[in-house]
Design a protein around this ligand. Structure first.
Ligand SMILES: [Zn+2]
Length: 404
């Protein structure tokens, strides 16, 4: 797996040079050549897909039926609309409005013939929904949707993800742990997207890794720079390095419903005890039967008087697989569904008690219990572990290597 810089870059650069020289009246001839060559290389690199050098992040998926317009702007002077690496239109203002009708894109009311459009800028950053982004955008009509995709350089993507997925004020070393885990995860997702010919690699939500564009947090930039290109691999491939906030001491290898042969590096068969004294390790939530009824109504499908809630099935790791909602007739609810429906329930590892007029749920951990335990890693850093040792603890059978 290596990033390659195609020879056709030179040809593209010359094409862009010709176009842009017409618009450039300030500098000397030599200055123009140098600047425009750089610009051409930059534009080509940010709008043409080079697998693994960039991440294609889905920012939005708009229904074609609704036809909702979207606005893309720049902090620079102008926007450049590209198709297949060539400039289709230069827009000398700082924002455009994109609409779509009958399977066609319209930009500022003018029809844009290709069904996809790459948008880039120079000397600034692109903006969408009040957030700034590195790289370029791609608008793509796909099935019944208009996809808004941000094509962002890999390391800039990792830096942005850390801003959402790390914790404010945490030390550099623990952010290096997260940087390597995030990088490994997204590279495995890129490999999957290429194999499945998907139009994007990851979503911008916690379905994959939360991504909210640019920021200026120095400690996060340093963590990314100091681990640049470092990934965890298993049998030569980047691993899907999952992580949660706190593992609650659950041993992942004992969790049912995970196909560990596909990801043996998630089958850690020893506990993390590093988080056990931290506030996040245990939690509890109390519900009245009426509150539970409101939360579970959509799942149960009919009104009923809830008398109790009992765990009916648990796996070897202690994770709840099924809960019985007692009323006129017991209704089974999957443990993970209860977690999804009740945001007060923080993990899959919990017990339930009836307490007079309320139902008390007591749990351990925060998240899905697989992979890296963020709060455990933070404690390990406080105990003088370095990022490499921490990663090997949480992801057994893996190696660290530098991605070139
Ligand atoms: Zn832990």
């Amino acid at each position: 797996m290596q990033m390659k810089w195609p020879m056709s870059v030179l040809i593209k650069s010359i094409q862009f040079l010709k176009i842009l020289l017409r618009c450039w009246h300030v500098t000397t001839l030599l200055g123009r050549c140098i600047l425009l060559s750089f610009f051409s290389l930059y534009t080509y690199a940010t709008t043409t897909h080079t697998p693994y050098a960039h991440v294609r992040v889905l920012l939005d998926q708009l229904s074609l039926k609704e036809g909702k317009p979207l606005t893309i702007s720049t902090t620079g002077d102008h926007l450049m609309l590209m198709h297949m690496g060539s400039v289709k239109r230069r827009v000398s203002k700082q924002s455009i409005v994109v609409t779509h009708k009958r399977g066609q894109l319209y930009i500022d009311g003018r029809r844009y013939r290709p069904q996809e459009c790459a948008i880039t800028t120079f000397g600034g950053h692109l903006q969408y929904n009040n957030r700034s982004y590195d790289g370029s955008f791609q608008l793509l009509l796909h099935n019944d949707s208009l996809l808004v995709i941000n094509k962002v350089p890999l390391e800039a993507y990792i830096c942005s993800v850390l801003h959402s997925e790390s914790w404010p004020g945490w030390p550099l070393e623990v952010n290096k742990v997260f940087a390597v885990a995030c990088r490994s995860y997204v590279l495995s997702m890129i490999a999957q997207a290429i194999k499945q010919e998907q139009p994007y690699d990851v979503c911008n939500t916690n379905l994959h890794q939360t991504y909210a564009g640019k920021h200026d947090k120095k400690v996060l930039k340093d963590a990314v720079a100091q681990t640049k290109g470092v990934v965890l691999v298993h049998e030569g491939k980047p691993i899907r390095a999952m992580f949660d906030s706190c593992c609650g001491g659950v041993i992942p290898a004992h969790i049912a419903d995970v196909h560990f042969p596909d990801a043996p590096y998630l089958a850690r068969d020893y506990p993390c005890t590093h988080c056990k004294d931290l506030w996040i390790y245990s939690w509890q939530a109390e519900f009245t039967p009426q509150q539970l009824h409101e939360k579970l109504l959509a799942k149960i499908g009919h009104r009923m008087r809830i008398s109790d809630l009992l765990v009916s099935k648990r796996d070897k790791a202690g994770l709840v697989q099924e809960v019985l909602v007692h009323g006129a007739t017991p209704v089974p609810v999957a443990g993970k569904e209860l977690y999804t429906l009740c945001k007060e329930i923080k993990s899959f590892c919990y017990t339930i008690e009836r307490k007079k007029d309320t139902i008390l749920v007591k749990g351990k951990g925060y998240g899905h219990h697989l992979g890296l335990c963020q709060w455990g890693a933070r404690q390990m850093v406080a105990d003088h572990w370095d990022y490499r040792r921490i990663l090997h603890f949480y992801y057994p059978q893996t190696k660290l290597m530098r991605f070139v």
